[in-house]
Ligand binder design. Structure first.
Ligand code: NDP
Length: 284
């Protein structure tokens, strides 16, 4: 069997069209959604990500503030910039591009973003609200994964969903969102025993490991939906997923490509969160 591709780029374009329509509607009511993106330092990958987010904003009619700070920015200086944006009513979403330079405490910075402007969904308040099913900003990558699974038409309720990885930004929230969709969820990590057998029992498999080609065809249940979150730059300079695409696609019914899968969807979901933040600010 040859798996069908879950076209991340096309789905992302659809989500961005939704964001653009909602932006238009908000503008008609006198409010222009605005996202502030802070980048500290010169990390090349982060620069690419930030450029992408700024371009996405432009495509959706969302205003953006592109704030570039030098590598040697102190924690206090960064906190002061975040506070300034937190108090600016024209700014609806604040995103601090991670990772931050080692001398800055990431947690302190994320904690300083007010929950109503935390469009990345990483702050403790948003994470807590997500856990108990209250309105919140869903973290973009896991929310994008759910949308991709739903796009296949395969119903999630009752399915065995296996998530490999338990990071706070991908694995754990992906598992929580799948649980909220009534999947039966197993979370695997580096200490998991019998990983191969657990994965091979997954109707839905989400790989967020950070190791190129980690998930091979023998770990896939025939007919499974496979979501590959991994972005790993290989020695060949190309991007590789956590899933060995060739062997996995022989077993899965649906599979995401890398690149062009979860990455574009993550960015698109950020646009929806930003529009939502503007709407909430207006309603307040
Ligand atoms: P982390 O390194 O924070 O987490 C990796 C997880 O994988 C950990 O929970 C770790 O377990 C687990 N793991 C590592 N080795 C094994 C193993 N041998 N067996 C089972 N589990 C293992 O990574 P992130 O969650 O931040 O990111 C994961 C991947 O997703 C990366 O490639 C990253 O680049 C990509 N990514 C892609 C995004 C996108 O938009 N497409 C967005 C964010 C990330 P343990 O907890 O025990 O250490």
């Amino acid at each position: 069997m040859e798996a069908k591709l879950i076209e991340g780029k096309a789905l992302a374009a659809e989500v961005k069209r939704e964001a653009a329509q909602q932006t238009e509607a908000l503008k008609a009511k006198g409010i222009t959604p605005c996202l502030a993106v802070i980048l500290v330092g010169e990390d090349p990958a982060s620069q690419v990500y930030v450029r992408g987010k700024i371009n996405d904003c432009a495509q959706c009619g969302i205003e953006s503030r592109n704030i570039r700070l030098p590598e040697e920015t102190t924690q206090e200086e960064l906190l002061a910039r975040v506070d300034e944006l937190a108090g600016d009513p024209a700014v609806h979403g604040i995103l601090v591009q991670l990772p931050l330079p080692a001398h800055i405490d990431e947690k302190a910075i994320i904690d300083a973003i007010p929950p109503e402007k935390d469009v990345d969904g990483f702050s403790p308040v948003n994470v807590g609200r997500m856990q108990i099913g209250e309105p919140c900003y869903l973290p973009c990558t896991p929310a994008g994964c759910i949308r991709m699974i739903e796009s296949t038409g395969v119903p999630i309720p009752g399915k065995h969903a296996v998530v490999i990885g338990r990071s706070n930004i991908v694995g754990k929230p992906a598992a929580m969102l799948l649980l909220a969709k009534n999947a039966t969820v197993t979370i695997c990590h580096s200490k998991t025993q019998n990983l191969q057998a657990i994965c091979a029992s997954a109707d839905i498999l989400v790989a967020a490991v950070g190791r190129a080609g980690f998930v091979t065809g023998d770990m896939i249940k025939p007919g499974a939906v496979v979501i590959d979150v991994g972005i790993n730059r290989g020695a060949d300079g190309k991007l590789h997923g956590d899933v060995d695409f060739e062997t996995a696609a022989q077993k899965a019914a649906w599979i995401t490509p890398v690149p062009g899968g979860v990455g574009p969807m993550t960015r698109a979901m950020l646009m929806l969160n930003t529009v939502e933040a503007a709407r909430r600010a207006m309603e307040k």
